[in-house]
Design a protein around this ligand. Sequence first.
Ligand code: ZN
Length: 310
Amino acid sequence: MLHQIKGLHHVTSMAANAQQNNDFFTHALGLRRVKKTVNFDAPDVYHLYYGDEHGTQGTVMTYFPFPHIVRGRPGAGEVGETLFSVPKGALGFWQAHLARQGVGGLVAEERFGEKRLRFSGPDGDGFALVEKEGDTRQPWAGGPVPAAEGVQGFHGVSLRLRDGGATAELLKFMNYEAVDRQGSITRYAVQGGNGADVVDIEVLPDTAPARLGAGSVHHVAFAVENRAAQLEVRKALMETGYQVTPVIDRDYFWAIYFRTPGDVLFEVATNEPGFDRDEDSAHLGEALRIPAQHAHLRAQIERVLTPIAD
Ligand code: ZN
């Protein structure tokens, strides 16, 4: 069994509009944009990263805004909901704040003994803010949301699967334990994690497969400390029968990817080198960063990308 996984690293999703996506995460949710770069495989598309002050692992929501992409169809085989942690007592603030921002789908409810506020992102993304006990992570204090109420990072993700069995086995192999169950949802948690510790599996046997599009999660990344730990994880997964990509340099972390039995794409990403590797931590996310292999395309990329107003 693996012991290197420390919770989530980041969640990456698709959006239809970069400006709208930026405004939602920085204004409505009050996260810090910690990187403005482009998609490695499609350098004419932004890759936007939002998180805490430093872009700490377990706080980073990332987006590929593909202009005019059609909306995804929710279904099985995907992350159904991304959960953010907020301080105890903060949901009253959020209910009023998100309503004022025109955010849709607001539903206050309770699950696994936690108060939560469900809401939709600009492309129908499934989100919830959860009042989590004992989360000591510091929200970004430089945005419009007061730090006393701010988002502390991910609480976890909820996977929507037709059959949860093999994915549950995988999570156990990754050092997650089943800790609770409510209806069709089982909660798994990793011990000694970074705060983004929870993966829920919701089993919906009769649900049609999801179709990837705007508002869909593209993949969910788990955190390991460094490249040595990542290689150990890669080897162990391959010995268990998973097809895992070679290690890929993502500039701010190193990544490996594998498809899970429930059809969700998992990544394992390193905490090194981090988002301050190519810009001052006081100015993270301000300038457009172009990966080295695409640096010669900068003029062309800047012509194609619509500038984002802060
Ligand atoms: Zn990723």
